[in-house]
Design a protein. Sequence first.
Length: 301
Amino acid sequence: APGPYAPVRRPAPCPPVADRPRKMAVTRVEALTRDPYAVWARDILKLYPLDRPDEPVEARARGTAIHAAFEVFAETYPQDLPPNGAEIFEGLYIAELVAAGMPPSALARERALAHEAALWVMDLEARRRANAEKIVVEAAGEITFQVDGRPFTLTAKTDRLEPTRDGLAAHILDYKTGAAPSQKQVDTGFSPQLTLTAAILQNGGFPELGPRAPGDLTYVRVTGRRPAGEEQTRAKAGGESEDAARKAFDGLVELIRKYDEPTRPYLSRTAPQFVHDHAGDYGHLARVFEWSTSGDEGDGE
């Protein structure tokens, strides 16, 4: 007779320290915080996920389209807004949805949403441009620093920077079509994208701007529904965003130190409460559904 069922244990790969990343984007730091195994698979083994054949195109298309529409609009009209700005933005958004492969049935519904979204975006642009020196889109920044004598490089690509007219600060914006990270996720370091980008800005990592204090750290969510859009600021200009940037940077240094320990494994799903998809891109590789249902889940630290 077969013996008792023994489910697989949570995987715990432990690569040599020399093979561990010494350069990471702010979005990958978020992955290291929530699901270190995904960093091992993607950034160390170089295993990249394929598109899922049955994945709906709508959600991905919306995100791609709204980013592209904002970028093209800001580059085409860097200063004054055109009188028909909403119409132009709506056209850019729809064109990007078509290019992303959104099916006609879904596109018909999206047109009404795009119209409402474009009206809201023009109101946003008018308000924000009134206080900005200029609009900087898709800016790449990086800083290199030492952790216990070893260099580490942190990179970011921002959706939008808004340097203030006094030359002292810059607001950081990130576009969303889905739910933005909560205040708690940002404050606890599980969503450090904006705060680490602020740290890069603070340390002069964006050559176009030089060292500046971080301004507001804001998610701009655009849906076309009710409300058509909203600004969700997670840290305000001044001491709040500067403190958030320093806290995030200090947290990153400690995280790097932790993964510089030769015996530290890259566990799967160390923060399952903050992983949106139960399996994720590497859940099948980590056999999450097997070991998580057997009770081998938790922080693992």
